[in-house]
Write a protein that binds this ligand. Structure first.
Ligand code: PMT
Length: 221
C-alpha cells in the first residue's frame, strides 16, 4: 500500500525533450522519451500529490489524475515551469532541455542551393530554467530537483552541476545512444546539497522515482 505522504502537496514535473525549430520542417532535439518524467508524475499522484506534468514532445498516454501541459521549446517550457511552480511544494526537472537554440527561424523550408556549401547553423543560449527557479524560489521551502544526463565522469560532473545549478537534489544518470533514453529502466545516484549520496540500482524508472519522492518528502518536513 502506497503511503499518501504527498497528500495536500502540489508537485511539478517536467518530462521529455525540447525541440528547437530551424524552419517549419526541422528542429534540434534530443533522445528523451519522457518515460522517467512520467514515472515521477505517476508515482507522485499515487502518493497523493496534485501533479502538473509539463510534457515536452512526448508520445506517452496521459497519466491518470495528472494535469498534463504540452510544451515544445525550452522557452515555452520555462514559461510553463514559472507558471506552475508559483504554488508548488516541489519541482522536478526530468526534461532534457536544449542549452542552445538556432539564432534564426526560417519562415519557409530551408532550401539547398546547388553548388553552394550549406550555411552554418548559428546558435544562441537558452535560459537555464533549473538555475533560475533554484536561485529565485517561488515559495520558501520549495524543494527543487534537477537531473544530470552525463556520458563520462558521471559523479564528478554531477557534483559540479549540483553546485552550479543551485538545486537541493540532483539525480545523476548515465546516458548514451542506447542507454537510459527510451528505456524502461534507469540507475542513478541522487546527490544532496547536504553531502548525501543515494545510489539507486538498475531497475524500473518507477523505483528511481519513488526514491526521489522519499528524499523530497524528507526535505518538505
Ligand atoms: O525521457 P527518458 O527517455 O526516460 O530519459 C530520461 C532522461 C535521461 C532524459 C532523464 O533521466 C534526464 O537525465 N533528464 C535531464 C536531461 C538533461 O537535460 O540533463 P542536463 O545535464 O543537460 O541538464 C541538467 C538539468 O538542468 C536538468 O534537470 C535539466 O532539466 C535542466 N536544464 C538544462 C538546460 C536548460 N537550459 N535548462 C534546464 O532547466
Amino acid at each position: 500500500v502506497t503511503e499518501p505522504d504527498l497528500k495536500g502537496r502540489h508537485v511539478v514535473v517536467s518530462a521529455g525533450g525540447t525541440r528547437e525549430p530551424l524552419d517549419p520542417v526541422r528542429f534540434l532535439g534530443n533522445r528523451s522519451s519522457g518515460k522517467q518524467g512520467y514515472a515521477l508524475a505517476r508515482t507522485a499522484a499515487a502518493r497523493g500529490a496534485r501533479v502538473t506534468l509539463l510534457a515536452a514532445n512526448t508520445a506517452l498516454p496521459d497519466p491518470a489524475g495528472v494535469d498534463v501541459v504540452p510544451v515544445g521549446t525550452a522557452v515555452q517550457l520555462r514559461e510553463a515551469v514559472l507558471k506552475a511552480a508559483a504554488d508548488a511544494d516541489a519541482v522536478v526537472m526530468a526534461a532534457a532541455v536544449a542549452d542552445f537554440r538556432p539564432a534564426a527561424y526560417a519562415e519557409g523550408k530551408i532550401k539547398k542551393k546547388d553548388g553552394h556549401d550549406p550555411d552554418p547553423i548559428v546558435l544562441v543560449r537558452n535560459p537555464d530554467i533549473l538555475a533560475e527557479i533554484s536561485a529565485d524560489r517561488a515559495r520558501p521551502g520549495q524543494v527543487v530537483v534537477g537531473f544530470a544526463a552525463e556520458t563520462d565522469d558521471v559523479l564528478a560532473n554531477g557534483r559540479e552541476k549540483l553546485r552550479r545549478k543551485g538545486c537541493d537534489l540532483l539525480v545523476v544518470n548515465e546516458v548514451g545512444e542506447r542507454r537510459t533514453f527510451g528505456s524502461e529502466e534507469n540507475e542513478a545516484v541522487v546527490l544532496g546539497t547536504d553531502g548525501s549520496e543515494t545510489p539507486v540500482p538498475h531497475g524500473p524508472k518507477e523505483a528511481l522515482a519513488e526514491t526521489v519522492w522519499d528524499l523530497v518528502v524528507q526535505r518538505l518536513k
